[in-house]
Design a protein around this ligand. Structure first.
Ligand code: 13P
Length: 267
């Protein structure tokens, strides 16, 4: 049997940081400092800076992602941005981030519709899942993530085994986001495998190739613990992604894993 080939992916989520005046320059600096072609790099700026970042990254191999999209393609939704509007500005889109689940009360059913809009618009979605601290303490972390995946992906995979082709999943334990506290590499690694197992159980085509990232207080100092785990394929980086030196360190470490996988024939 051929070994599974999975890419190494580093996604920068700038959240509600940067302005039009500085976003393009920051993106260019990150692109210059992270020029490792074997690592798939994506920068997700705020919507209003997508055009500036996209222009700044032209000619590089760093992709642009949005941080969210609406669950409908068009309609009377004042202030919202839909997936078809993002096409041309971005090629990736975060969906279901825990900050939106918390602040916009996004449900798995809504997130499922957003995923569908992304696939229809040709955007590559990064589906974010992860448990709260009390769910982990109660031993319900895996069950929580399973429920999120079933709710978000079940209806999509039900349309056909390849209906979620191109999907990336980010496992972001909520208690590790912005807290400086990371999950243990081994715990994140077993969750990454559990995520592929759930996708497989839902009938997803080639779930063994589904890239799963870790997110939550990732820095250049902590990325190594996660990339040492063969089941983890990269990171979704928040705070540290606003710092050029941090991104340089994170992507440099990711390139070591990408090279190692390449030579071992597993990536
Ligand atoms: P931090 O890296 O700031 O903890 O944020 C993680 C995150 O939410 C990325 O989407």
């Amino acid at each position: 049997m051929m070994p599974v080939v999975r890419p190494v992916v580093i996604v920068a989520n700038w959240k509600m940081h940067t302005t039009l005046a500085d976003a393009g320059e920051l993106a260019s600096s990150i692109a210059r400092a992270t020029a490792h072609p074997r690592v798939t790099r994506v920068i997700c700026p705020p919507h209003v800076s997508l055009a500036a970042v996209s222009a700044a990254l032209r000619g590089t191999d760093v992709a642009v992602g949005a941080q969210d999209c609406h669950s409908e393609a068009f309609g009377p939704y004042t202030g919202s941005v839909s997936a078809p509007m993002l096409a041309g500005l971005a090629t990736w889109c975060l969906v279901g981030h825990s900050e939106r689940r918390r602040d916009q009360t996004e449900t798995d059913e809504l997130i499922s519709r957003k995923l569908l809009r992304c696939f229809e618009a040709g955007l590559r979605p990064v589906l974010c899942v992860g448990e709260q601290l009390e769910e982990r303490d109660d031993g319900r972390a895996a069950a929580t993530v399973r429920t999120q995946l079933e709710g978000a992906l079940g209806a999509i995979i039900g349309r056909g085994p390849d209906a979620a082709a191109g999907l990336v999943v980010a496992y972001e334990p909520v208690w590790a986001i912005g807290t400086g506290r990371t999950a243990r590499g081994a715990d994140a690694a077993s969750m990454a495998q559990a995520i592929r197992d759930v996708a497989d159980g839902l009938g997803m085509d080639d779930a063994a190739s589904l890239p799963v990232l870790y997110g939550g207080s990732v820095t250049s100092a902590t990325i190594g613990e996660f990339l040492a785990e063969p089941t983890i394929d990269g990171a979704l980086v928040g705070g540290a992604s606003l710092k050029v030196e941090e991104m340089a360190g994170i992507v440099a470490r990711a390139s070591v894993t990408a090279e190692a996988r390449q030579s071992a024939g597993v990536a």
